[in-house]
Design a protein around this ligand. Structure first.
Ligand code: NAD
Ligand code: GLY
Length: 369
């Protein structure tokens, strides 16, 4: 069971992901990147450590992370992947393997992902597969990565045929979420992460949704105390889902709320027009309307969801070029479709959700309804 507790430093919270021998802590607070050496030494023996990052995040935080690791007795090698989703692929995985070989990394060498979800997914896949698996640590620096992608062990890369088609479930040994790192995040990226926060509220936690509704101005101002509370709550919710269904046999798919249409829109717009969280925002407004049309929720629920997303500066309208047969095909191409039906996540009320099996053409028809 997921437990959350304040840590020694009162400004830090720890969420435990209870997965038996693969259990781990998520440590959340301002400045926790400076604790990475001592935290890592608690879960693995000091020796060599490899930090995978990109030039943007590396430029901002790598020196601090390297210094903290060195103080705790780690020798640090750095691997830099160019910034951007287009580099989350097997070619850059191979590049990372080659650098690990050059650095004489062995099976005890921890790989640390310093960055957003792109670096986390790629580095996690590298850690899962290099020498059949080395210790992995997440140092998420985007809101999306802190509330979602760094938790739960989904790692992977894209193929030309689609996103995240290659991957592995591989849990980290430790996650350190530094809230202060979010100040340098571009506003658009911050809002895309906020879409995932709103998602947790809609599907699982009416209180979280209401907190964002009432405190949106402070959230947007990146109030560190409030963000710590929000990141911790999202991690608790995700940990509870992952503990129940680590490999998405069933229940974990609840986290795909808004993602059926979101993924299709991302694909139809060549992954260029919308950030993932923006496409998910459109998908969540759409899923709320689908839920209403099937009688699962009332108008007020749809109104609250669309209003909050709009106030947060997120898009809610399905783009006109993502409709018709192209949309049906894009939904069917998504890897989560089985037997012609999509396990579509519907909302019943803010904080409560359910699955409904729907055909792709039935879903797509709602886009123009
Ligand atoms: P990202 O990793 O591309 O980061 C967004 C941008 O912000 C990048 O340009 C990055 O360099 C920059 N950046 C990161 N931290 C910064 C900081 N603190 N200050 C300034 N700039 C910073 O994008 P993302 O939204 O974090 O992640 C998206 C990826 O996550 C996608 O590939 C998606 O498939 C994946 N994802 C994975 C899971 C999972 O469970 N594994 C869940 C959701 C999304
Ligand atoms: N982002 C959805 C999941 O981790 O399952």
């Amino acid at each position: 069971m997921t437990r959350s507790r304040p840590a020694a430093n009162a400004a830090t919270a720890t969420v435990r992901v209870g997965l038996g021998e693969r259990a781990y802590d998520i440590v959340i607070g301002s400045g926790v990147l400076d604790d990475v050496g001592t935290q890592l030494a608690a879960v693995t023996r000091p020796g060599q450590a490899v930090v995978i990052s990109n030039p943007v995040v590396g430029g901002l935080f790598r020196a601090r992370v390297t210094a903290a690791l060195a103080t705790a007795g780690f020798r640090v090698a750095a691997i830099e992947i160019p910034d951007g989703e287009e580099h989350k692929n097997l070619a850059w995985v191979a590049f990372a393997y080659e650098r690990l070989i050059e650095a004489h990394a062995d099976r005890s060498t921890p790989v640390l992902a310093l960055g957003g979800g792109v670096i986390g997914d790629l580095a996690g896949f590298v850690a899962a597969t290099y020498l059949r698996g080395v210790p992995f640590v997440q140092l998420p620096t985007t809101l999306l990565a802190q509330v979602d992608s760094s938790v739960g062990g989904k790692t992977g890369v894209n193929l030309p045929a689609g996103k995240n088609l290659i991957g592995a479930f591989y849990q980290p040994r430790l996650v350190l979420s530094d809230i202060a790192a979010l100040h340098s995040l571009p506003k658009r990226e911050f809002l895309a992460g906020l879409a995932e926060v709103i998602k947790y509220g809609i599907i699982l936690d009416a209180e979280l949704f209401a907190l964002v509704e009432t405190e949106l101005a402070r959230v947007m101002a990146r109030d560190e105390g409030l963000l710590r509370t929000i990141v911790r709550r999202c991690c608790e919710l995700k940990a509870t889902v992952v503990e129940r269904d680590e490999r998405e046999a069933d229940h974990r798919a609840i986290l795909n709320f808004g993602h059926t249409l979101g993924h299709a829109i991302e694909a139809l717009t060549d992954y260029r027009r919308f950030l993932h969280g923006e496409a998910v925002a459109i998908g969540m407004a759409f899923a709320a309307r689908v839920s209403r049309s099937r009688g699962f929720c009332d108008d007020e629920t749809v109104r609250r969801i669309v209003t909050l997303l709009t106030r947060a500066g997120l898009p809610v309208a399905v783009p006109p070029d993502a409709a018709g047969q192209a949309l049906v095909l894009a939904i069917e191409t998504d890897k989560k479709v089985a037997g012609g039906k999509v396990k579509f996540v519907c909302v019943e009320a803010v904080g409560r959700s359910r699955f409904e099996l729907l055909a792709a053409d039935v879903i797509a028809a709602q886009a123009t309804a």
